[in-house]
Each structure stands twice: as C-alpha cells, then as structure tokens.
Design a protein around this ligand. Structure first.
Ligand code: NAP
Length: 244
C-alpha cells in the first residue's frame, strides 16, 4: 500500500519539489497551499501522472481550526498520513527596530505556529498508527540569525526547538522528527533579492551557487523514508557550505 504524505506549502518552490519527489517514490500526496489553488492543482496533476493518488487542498496552516478540518477530511478520504512535511513559510523582512509587531506575528504564525498545529494534529494520528516521519523546514537563519530577519530567524529557531521536542515525545512510538536548514535556494522567496545581495551571498557559499529546490527535496525524501529510520531530532544543513 502507498504511504500518504501531507506537504504544506507545496504549490511552488521547495514544497512542490518535495511533493513531486515523494510521488516519484510512490507516495500518495496532499498538496497544500494557502491561495495558489491552480498551482497546487497543477502539482497534484504532475504527481498523479506518476501513478499515485494526489489532491490539492487550500488551508492556512496558521489557523488551527482550518488545520483540524483538513486533517480530519484527509483521514476520512485518504487514510492516516505516514509522512508530514511542514514546509509552508513566508518572509517579511525588515530591521528589528522598524519591524511592526504584526510583521513579527505574521511570520511566527505561518512558519512556527503552523508547524506546531500540523505536528500536533498529524502527530496524534501517527502515535495511534505507531509510525511516521515528520520533516520540518527550518533555515540557516534559525541557527545563525540574519540581519533583517528577526521574525523569520526567531520562527525558524523555534521550529528547531519544536523538532527536537517532538522527536523526544514521539520517538518511543517509532516516529522520527527532523529538520532541514537550507541556505539560499532558488525559489520565489529568494527571486526578489537584489542582484548585488545575491552575488555577495554566493561569495559566502563554498559551492558558489544557490541550491535548487530538488536538492532540498532529495534530502526531505530521505528523512521521510525508512532509510533514515535511526535519525531523529536532527537539524541537517543543506546550504552549499554557507554556514562553515
Ligand atoms: P515559496 O516559494 O515562497 O513558497 C511558499 C509556499 O508556502 C507556497 O506554497 C505558499 O502557498 C505556502 N504558504 C505560505 N504561507 C502559508 C500558510 N499560512 N498556509 C499554507 N501554506 C502557506 O517558499 P520556498 O522558498 O519554497 O520555501 C519553502 C520553505 O523553505 C519555507 O518554510 C522557507 O522558510 C524554507 N526556506 C527557504 C529558503 C530559500 O532560500 N528559498 C531558505 C531556507 C528555508 P501559496 O502559493 O498559496 O502562497
């Protein structure tokens, strides 16, 4: 029987690459987004073309009731997820002293609170099934901090703490929980960075280039597989050697 995977924020970028990678490995897929329903439908269609069951579903991971409704509906129509990838996230950069409280909260809610909502709801189902793999998207900003990203760095540091705690709480039932900390990856999130900022960033990356979404997806698929059955509570940097 195919494994069922929920990938949040999978309408584009890293999430879309993860959804397609998992579909290529025969997983059924729930492709979540918040508003780009057509893009999510297109990703689900690409997954179905690989011979698996896939559907697109829009809900806001920051909204607990919406997460609860979605998770119940998925359980009813597709079964218990064996894989959860908490990938949905946003940035809203600005210097700390000028950052508006709403700007801070919005990023915390999408990146961190959303990861908590989905982990607690899906984690409960995984506990009953006594199996599961959860992969959270953190960031090198959550490890090292980043000027202009107080909200995002705090959220991603929170994701790392949540990952380690969930690994400790869920491990006795065979559930693994790990985080990936990407550096710069070519997606909409980094596309708007000025050319000069991109060139400066590349100088700090040992491999001299930004990562591709597929390179993060390969790691996510590994952590979500039984090949990584003895790895839990870890934060794996995929940053081309930027944090060295
Ligand atoms: P992206 O291209 O901007 O895509 C973001 C995805 O998240 C979209 O599918 C978006 O849906 C969805 N989303 C945003 N807020 C949501 C919410 N509240 N509920 C549900 N879905 C929501 O981002 P990305 O670059 O692929 O990044 C994916 C993850 O990797 C994020 O967690 C990001 O922080 C992390 N990351 C990225 C980089 C990088 O360089 N790109 C580096 C480190 C970490 P819609 O299409 O409907 O808006």
């Amino acid at each position: 029987m195919s494994k069922l995977a929920i990938v949040t924020g999978a309408s584009r970028g890293i999430g879309a690459a993860i959804a397609k990678r998992l579909a290529a490995e025969s997983c059924d897929i729930v492709v979540n987004c918040i508003s780009s329903v057509e893009k999510a439908e297109a990703v689900a269609a690409e997954c179905r073309d690989m011979g698996v069951n896939a559907c697109a579903m829009a809900w806001d991971v920051a909204d607990y009731d919406a997460c609860k409704r979605a998770v119940q509906q998925i359980q009813k129509s597709m079964g218990t997820p064996e894989i959860l990838v908490n990938n949905a996230g946003i940035t809203q950069d600005g210097l700390l002293i000028r950052m508006k409280p709403e700007q801070f909260d919005r990023v915390i809610r999408a990146c961190l609170t959303g990861t908590f909502h989905m982990t607690s709801l899906v984690g409960a189902q995984m506990l009953r099934a006594r199996k599961g793999h959860i992969v959270n998207l953190a960031s090198v900003s959550g490890i090292a901090g980043n000027a202009g990203q107080a909200n995002y760095a705090a959220a991603k540091a929170g994701v790392i703490g949540l990952t380690k705690t969930a690994a400790k709480e869920l491990g006795s039932r065979g559930i693994t929980v790990n985080a990936i900390a990407p550096g710069f990856v070519e997606t909409d999130m980094t596309a708007d960075l000025p050319e000069t900022v991109q060139e400066e960033a590349k100088k700090r990356i040992s491999l001299g280039r930004f990562g591709k979404a597929e390179e993060i997806a390969q790691l996510a698929a590994f952590l979500a597989s039984d090949k990584a059955s003895y790895i839990t509570g870890q934060v794996i940097a995929a940053d081309g050697g930027m944090a060295l």
